[in-house]
Design a protein around this ligand. Structure first.
Ligand code: ATP
Ligand code: MG
Length: 176
């Protein structure tokens, strides 16, 4: 199944990692790829410490990619890492490691920002749709319609209230 969590509210990435934990609890092999983040977040720290069948790939850059700024170093580094993962690393993992769940965190946003080519993303995600044995989760504030159209499940996370509006930004333990 292909699951998509999108929208402007908080909870997409944490829902994806929560599902990864649920899957690990059932003994599944899991792959987690984080497309926009540098890896400075509690969930990545935790998964790296666990002696469980989970492989973590951090494909983001320390510097945030500014939308539209594709000439910056952050954008090209992000593009190169994402491409190498989708094109070379993932096919190898699918053949040899055989995960039952792959989390593509922020892939929706990466495609939205054109850091990842839409055709590449669609080709990669196609094999997960409608499959009972192999599942993927895609998150992102924005997820292009082509990816949404392929999904077996879509949840929109809507902001009703958020403490960042009162200045609490990137709170450790809650947001990262
Ligand atoms: P989480 O990782 O907590 O599940 P998310 O994946 O749904 O959240 P993203 O859209 O990836 O959220 O945003 C990353 C983080 O930025 C979130 O933790 C969120 O609380 C925070 N955030 C969202 N909107 C803003 C904003 N406008 N300014 C500052 N921080 C924000
Ligand atoms: Mg997120």
């Amino acid at each position: 199944m292909l699951l998509v969590f999108y929208g402007k509210g908080k909870g997409k990435t944490t829902a994806a990692y929560g599902t990864a934990i649920r899957a690990l609890g059932r003994g599944w092999r899991v792959v987690v790829a984080s497309f926009m983040k540098s890896g400075d977040s509690g969930e990545i720290e935790l998964l790296r410490k666990l002696e469980l069948p989970v492989k973590v790939y951090v494909l983001g850059t320390r510097e945030f990619v500014k939308p539209g700024d594709y000439e910056g170093e952050a954008a090209s580094e992000n593009m190169a890492k994402a491409y190498a993962f989708l094109r070379y690393e993932l096919p190898k993992l699918m053949r040899n490691y055989k995960p039952k769940l792959v989390v593509f965190d922020e892939l929706g946003l990466a495609v939205h920002l054109a850091l990842v080519d839409e055709g590449t993303a669609t080709r990669v995600l196609k094999r997960f749709t409608g499959d009972r044995e192999l599942h993927a989760i895609v998150t992102g504030r924005y997820v292009p319609n082509t990816l949404k159209n392929m999904a077996d499940l879509i949840s929109e996370v809507r902001e009703v209230k958020h403490y960042f509006r009162r200045g609490y930004i990137n709170v450790v333990g809650l947001d990262r």
